[in-house]
Design a protein around this ligand. Sequence first.
Ligand SMILES: [Zn+2]
Length: 357
Amino acid sequence: MTVALLLPFAKRLSDGLLVTPEEVPRGLACKCICPGCENPVQARQGTEKVWHFAHTKAEACAGAYEISVHELAKQLIRERKELLLPALEVVVSARGASGENLIEQEVVFESRFVRLDDCKVGQRLDEITPDISGSRKGRRILVEVTVFHRLMPEKRQRLIDTGLASFEIDLGIFKTRQASRDLVEEAVFRQAGNRRWIYHPRMTDVEAALRARLEKRLEESRIAWEQTEDKRKAQEAEWLKNREALAVRGDIIPSQFRIHSPIRETALQPVSEIGWKASFPAPERWQPARKAFCVRHALPVTQVDDVMNNISKRSHLATTNPVELSTQWSEALGVSSLEIIRYFREAGYTQDYDVDL
Ligand SMILES: [Zn+2]
């Protein structure tokens, strides 16, 4: 449902001020003109609708409502010589090396009310005519009031270029809400949430300090990421080396072996379990395999026996599994766990498994 917005304020011919229908005689006796097209308007003080002004000639005057709200806001500030300043908060953010969002922010000051020493409306300053040009203790503050339309980028830029403090009051609430003098006054002087700084001289320094802090955190994030990455690459290289070493000897490499975690030391784990054979292998089977193992890794037989002789029966195998045992022996003998698994197979401890190279 669209709201029929009625002209709430008109310009009184006698003093050029915007007035409400309550402040003037009814009908044409109000002696007011439209602040948009400057044609005469009459004050409607009926009972059906909120009191308002209407053009005497029934011509469409599209901008009248917006202009009247905009002009009244300026007039109120000029009359009261007061401003509710927006809070000044500076926020900078960036994405860290691992995609995390890094934010630095500082509230320089909270919203506050100030009295102006001087306040001019529509005063030209070099390249720009701000809605309000106020001064306080020798410092200028510029104010832009918007109602239906956003502040144009080029005007925003010209305000920034002045190097003076400037802020915007957004009265967009009156796009859908019938304006009255009380509501406009409330929005202009008592609502801090509808305004923000376009530029403030302190922004630059604060932003530079926050950026420096952010840069430091970005650098830390980058270093942390690189360390993780180096670790991951080293483990990947180690794994590839093991795999190639076995492949060169014509061994079978189960493709189920994957790198699960880039960090953990126990990166090599079979996806599917390798099971022990149902019976303990005969000495004719495991003895030559063990000898070959010692030769292959240049390890003294006594050292290997010390480690491997803790498994001498089928019942010993039942308390562990090939992956667990290969990890233990790998640590004890300084040989990769893949090599231990190879020994299990050659010595006849494990079931043959499907190989997919
Ligand atoms: Zn008009």
